[in-house]
Design a protein around this ligand. Structure first.
Ligand code: GN1
Ligand code: MG
Length: 371
């Protein structure tokens, strides 16, 4: 993507910045939006982001969700004696009073506070930091437990409806727009062989066996900021998909990304393993902060949700590869295929280690007196 200086000048003016810009740097963590850090000569820093409106088709509703959720979190953080500038995203409103700015050529920009003295991880550097991420996501979910869910717009319908993701995947294979399906027959068969897993959580929710909650829905490790000094997970970021969902989506998606011994796009599958040590660390942190509010059924399905979220992400990557890379950003032609393969490798190992995972959840719940 290209952004030119005159566009930056327009954005600076729109968001009411009058100090002189010192540097602009690009943040390349996410697969969807375009993110920059603006540093000003007076020492202030801001995160400025172009929202991908192909993915987020209701950007105004999305920003209303974020304004609502961050305002709610901010009040709670202040009440608890925390620092709302570091423990929560803060939306900077544009000079015209809106929480975004649409440029002359239709690009949708928003601006947040930049959290100083904090870092993110692209892969886990040890069980301790993964546990710290778990506590942060668990706390996030607990803090939002009394948020009025009916005020949230469902900005991407069926986001974690794995049955509908499977239907999209089958459609991609059938249409084979890029002619790439022939390159990934084994991977396609692997996914189709797990068809019966896909509707499990959706159907349990429909039967009232799992409660809808306000959830983050994109709980990748790199969506938590860690304090440089304490190593604690201080702030959950990337709130674009905060919507009604299942606690299991948040748990499972974290395990998918963080309980792997390799990066999401590792090419050498011999390096990709599902780590029970990391699974235990995350389970401990998540149940410590969110466990008391979870039902027995939710806790029992934690291992299954990890496998399901990983399978779902694998089919999304593979579907995008077959569709010709129209959704996720890619650096090279096989990137989505490489990503899909790591996910499917993890699914296989999660299945092989399902008994151990179940035992870990039982042990951790018992140690926290959750059952
Ligand atoms: C995307 O935006 P980012 O990179 O945090 C995606 C998630 C996927 C993830 C896979 C809105 O997250 O659903 O799990 O990539 N976000 C959206 O890495 O589709
Ligand atoms: Mg992100």
């Amino acid at each position: 993507m290209s952004v030119n200086m005159s566009e930056f000048t327009e954005i600076l003016k729109a968001f009411g910045f009058d100090s002189r810009l010192d540097t602009v740097s690009r943040v390349t963590d996410g697969h969807i939006n375009n993110t920059f850090v603006f540093s000003f000569e007076d020492g202030e820093k801001y995160l400025i982001q172009e929202l991908n409106t192909n993915v987020f088709r209701q950007p105004v509703e999305l920003m209303n969700n974020i304004v609502g959720v961050t305002g709610f979190l901010k009040e709670k953080i202040i009440k608890n004696g925390g620092d709302p500038e570091r423990e929560c995203l803060n939306v900077r409103f544009a000079a015209d009073g809106l929480p975004y700015h649409i440029t002359a050529d239709g690009k949708f920009w928003r601006c947040f506070n930049y959290i100083e003295d904090a870092h993110t991880f692209q892969t886990v550097d040890g069980p301790e930091s993964f546990k710290a991420a778990a506590k942060a996501f668990g706390r996030f979910q607990r803090m939002l437990s009394d948020y009025p869910a009916d005020t949230l717009a469902e900005t991407i319908p069926n986001f974690h409806n794995t049955a509908s993701r499977l239907a999209d995947f089958k459609e991609a294979v059938k249409s084979d727009l890029s002619g790439r399906a022939k390159n990934c027959r084994d991977e396609i068969d692997f996914i189709l062989g797990r068809e019966k897993d896909c509707p499990v959580l959706v159907e349990m929710t429909q039967r009232g066996e799992l409660p809808l909650r306000v959830t983050h829905n994109d709980t990748k490790l790199n969506n938590v900021m860690f304090d440089n000094k304490t190593g604690e997970g201080i702030c959950v970021v990337d709130l674009d998909t905060v919507m009604p969902g299942l606690a299991l989506y948040d748990f499972g998606d974290s395990i998918r990304f963080g309980a792997s011994t390799a990066a999401e796009d590792e090419k050498d599958l011999d390096k990709v393993h599902f780590s029970l040590e990391y699974f235990r660390a995350y389970t401990e942190g998540f149940l410590e902060t969110a466990g008391a509010s979870l039902t027995e059924t939710e806790i029992a399905y934690l291992p299954f949700s990890s496998k399901l979220m990983t399978l779902e992400c694998g089919m999304r990557f593979l579907g995008d590869y077959i569709n010709g890379d129209t959704y996720f950003k890619t650096d090279y032609p096989e990137h989505n295929l490489v990503r899909a393969r790591t996910q499917l490798r993890l699914v296989k190992e999660m299945e092989e280690k399902s008994e151990e995972s179940r035992r870990i959840v039982e042990e951790v719940s018992a140690s926290l007196n959750l059952k």
